[in-house]
Write a new protein. Structure first.
Length: 250
């Protein structure tokens, strides 16, 4: 997980917050959420050290729709236990080190993904899944994620902890860690990653500071499969990200 992804993961904690009346019209009964988020990560790429990054956060959310820096989410169906949402958002993109010759000349942009999420809750536990596909022709690949977790309320903290796995098809995996034959040179060999699976564990904690302001933190650790570790672009067998932020609803 890159530092930007860590910050993005914290942003999702603000989505679908309890709403208050705002205006008339299709986006009525919504709420603005603003904040500042800070992330630190150890990425997977060769020669990459720890990286610190920060970002502002702003979104507008109703009971079903959220629009913000991280994309657009629409909750198409919801009940007490079952939720289905549609997503349009920036996709995963590699954050190659600028000063390492291994990565010189590798051209990667930012994809635009469309997909959906689904979750089922029982007692304090939940099962969730997500599927995202690139519609921008940046790589035309897809990712599927599954997770099982639990939410525990221990005043004043709300703790969400889970384990899961991400499956990336060959197109997305090669976009992130592959080297095409035309990109091979003296510094890097050609490499076809094929499809990959990345197990992970995650924990997020939210603590209210006031009625409308919350402090939130998150941690994610990913274990890299052999197919990922064998890439000439990869220099680690795991990655992690830590984030901290303050969000305010108004």
């Amino acid at each position: 997980m890159t530092s930007n992804q860590t910050v993005g993961a914290l942003c999702t904690l603000a989505i679908f917050a309890p709403t208050s009346a705002f205006a008339d019209g299709p986006l009525a009964n919504g709420q603005w959420v603003a904040g500042a988020l800070l992330g630190y990560s150890r990425d997977i790429y060769e020669g990459e050290g720890g990286k610190l990054s920060g970002a502002p956060y702003l979104s507008y959310s109703t009971g079903r729709l959220s629009i913000g820096f991280e994309g657009i989410t629409y909750r198409a169906y919801q009940s007490d236990a079952f939720k289905v949402a549609l997503v349009l958002a920036p996709g995963a993109s590699p954050d190659f080190p600028d000063d390492n010759p291994i990565f010189a000349g590798l051209d990667r942009g930012t994809a635009i993904d469309v997909g959906g999420t689904i979750s089922y809750s029982f007692d304090r536990f939940y099962l969730s899944g997500a599927a995202l596909h690139d519609i921008s022709s940046e790589h035309e690949g897809y990712q599927i994620e599954t997770k099982i977790g639990a939410v525990v309320q221990t005043d004043p903290f709300t703790i969400d902890a889970g384990i899961g796995a991400r499956y990336r098809d060959a197109k997305l995996s090669n976009f992130l860690i592959g080297v095409a034959a035309a990109e091979a040179n003296a510094n890097r060999a050609a490499y076809d990653a094929g499809s990959t699976i990345e197990p992970f564990l995650s924990v997020s904690i939210t603590m209210p500071l006031s009625e409308k302001t919350s402090l939130t933190g998150g941690f994610e650790y990913s274990l890299l499969s052999q197919e990922i570790r064998d890439s000439p672009l990869v220099g680690r067998d795991s990655s992690y990200g830590i984030g901290l932020g303050v969000i305010h609803r108004f």
